[in-house]
Design a protein around this ligand. Structure first.
Ligand code: ZN
Length: 65
């Protein structure tokens, strides 16, 4: 039987113990509101990325102050 590597929660970025399922973590640790906000955040981010494509050669960080 394949042993799955430790999962990382996409909501709080906690690395789960190898015997913990992500589903259990999400249900026990996070509220429905937190999960809903995460899903909405992901959806909004995807819409923004598809709406405004990243131009080639544009630096990802603003180093100037
Ligand atoms: Zn979490």
């Amino acid at each position: 039987m394949a042993f799955e590597p430790a999962a990382t929660c996409p909501v709080c970025e906690t690395v789960l113990a190898p015997d913990r399922r992500l589903e259990d973590h999400l249900c026990r640790t996070h509220t429905q509101l937190e999960l809903a906000e995460y899903i909405v955040f992901q959806r909004d981010r995807e819409e923004i990325e598809t709406r405004r494509p990243v131009l080639p050669g544009v630096p990802t960080e603003e180093a100037t102050e």
